[in-house]
Every structure is written in structure tokens, then in C-alpha cells.
Design a protein around this ligand. Sequence first.
Ligand code: AGP
Length: 364
Amino acid sequence: ESYDMGGHDTYMHKEIAEQAEAVDRVLRGRIDDRFATVHLGGLNLEPGEARRVRRIKILGCGTSYHAGQIGAQLIEELARIPADAEPASEFRYRNPVVDPDTLYVAVSQSGETYDVLAAVQELKRKGARVLGVVNVVGSAIAREADGGTYVHAGPEVCVVSTKCFTNTVVAFALLALHLGRIRDLSVADGKRIIAGLRRLPSQIDEILKTEPEIQLLAQEYADAKSMLFIGRVRGYPVAREASLKLKEVSYIHAEAYPASELKHGPLALIDPGMPTVAIVPDDDLLEKNRAAMEEIKARSGRILAVAHQKQEKADHTIVVPKNEDELDPILMGIPLQLFAYHTALALGRDIDKPRNLAKSVTVE
Ligand code: AGP
């Protein structure tokens, strides 16, 4: 890829369109079919060390933090290592307990975000092992980390991160599979995940083909003053990232909530002027998500669902192709990148340079 616009009107649109090839690139040369695993050259983590890791703590900001939340779920699901993600900016100011059996992972597109870099430096000073999941080769965070993996998304110019989010989540899926196969993930499950990873580029292309339909939906919802994004477990970080995307580029207020928490407060917000975007994967929480949509409909809320099949309770459904349950979050965010883009376009926003934002935040 180059900085050439290649016929796209904005970098955001160009970068959304590049995702199938970007995902192909992060997978290339890493899959080992014989042992149903992946090789991540720069990890610098011997199998014996990997088996001794007792916790994984992922640190990042903004979109990278959301990618890290999905990454933590993937690591717990595939490697059965307790994992969570936290904003690096919060972590470094709460005098965290730095545990020798915890593996820390710093995640950043630019590799220059000050809060992430400062967290890495503080962790290193205390003797912790820190890996980087970084896009920009040779950046400060990549240099400071003990090892890690590059995300290979290619240059991302738009302030609003899209393709790097997707590739970062795929990089976490590779890390989770690698750790899983060193620990207790079976060959059969390793093969299942590898087959799922291989399906991603063509499934991304399928999603991108639905752009005209998503554009019409964006025009229909662009009059909203505020939008709610809901999801559960795997769908929740997708909802958080989609809500960040919409607010950054369209300036529409958006808030993400676990669908399970609706009845504990946010239901009070629902009326015809407050649409909800619901992430509804075809997994074991499908019925729970349907029940949440019913609650919203009962209060005259409009619903746009992103799902694997048409949702009767929703006013509109964007149908995305199904992958393995664990990998579904990778695909479900992509139509909502297009939704945010077309909403911003309909509202005449400066898409590549949203007001008040910088591509990388190198100061505190
Ligand atoms: C993404 O759309 C944002 N502009 C922002 O949240 C960004 O992800 C964050 O500042 C972290 O940047 P990094 O990935 O370069 O560290």
C-alpha cells in the first residue's frame, strides 16, 4: 500500500477498503499446519516461559485498548490464561502491583503513544516482561519492549483507526493460538481456528460489498443526537469500538453498554430519538441479545442490528458472515466502520482530520 489515494476520497475509506489484504499480510508465513499453531518470530518467549505465565495484562489507549479487550478474551478462550486489558493511562497512575508471573502486552498502532510508552518504561524499571503488539516498525514502544509481534496493517494515515484495529485483533488471535497450543488447546481446536483465520480475508471482502446498503442506513440514522451501542461478552468490545468510531468521526454522541446492564439504568434513555446499535452474534448469547432488543422495542427504540442472520426485533439488520465464535468480533466491527464513515459523510464532517484529535498522542 502507498499514500496514494487510489481513487478513494479519504484515507479512512481507503484504509477500510484495504482490510482484506492487510489481514492476509498479518497471517502470511506464520501458520504451521503440521502442529496446528502459528509462529511469531519476535516474541522472545520460550515455550517453558510461556507455560509459566499466570496472567496477561494488556495496556493500550483508545482503539488499541479496545483491540486489547478482544485480545484478552481470545487469550482466555484459547490459552486459558486469565487476561484483561486496561487503559495504559490509568494503569500507570494507580501504582499497580507488578507481578513477576504476569506477562504485560503493550498495544499501539503508532508505537509512540506517550501513556503506553511510559507504562512500558515503568514496568521495565520494575523488572516485568513486556511484549509489544505494534504496527509501526522500529517505533519507540517496539524498541522498548522485550519482544512482540508486528501488526502489519501498513501505513494508517486517517486519525480514525480502522484497518489497524482489525489487524491488531487478528495479531492477538495469533498470539492466543500460539500460547494455546503451547498450553492446552487441542490440535482439533488449533485447526478449527486456523481454518477460521484463513476465511477472514474473503469474508471481509463480502462485508465491504454491502457498503451501498450501509450507506443508506447511515443516512437514515444520521439525524440522531445520540446513539447507544450494546453487546455482550465478545460483542461488548465491538460495541465500544464502534461507538468510539461514530463519535470521533461524526461528532454524534455515542455510548456503549453491555446489553446485560440495560435494565440497571440505560433503559431510561430509550425513546424514538435514541437509536441502538446491537451486536448480535450467533453464539450462546443469541437469545439473551434478542431479549435485550425486545426490551428496547417495548420502549419504542429504533434498533440497527449487526448479526449473522436477520433479526426480527430490529428495524434493520446488517448481516455479516459467520466465522468461528471466537473470531466473530474481528468481522462484526467492520460494517460499523463503514457506518461511522457514511454518517460523517452525510453530516459533511472532516473525515480524515476530526476536530480536536491527533493521530498519535505523544504528550500526556
Ligand atoms: C482511534 O480511532 C483513535 N484516534 C485513538 O483512540 C487511538 O487509537 C489512540 O490514540 C491510540 O493510538 P495508538 O494505537 O497509536 O497507540
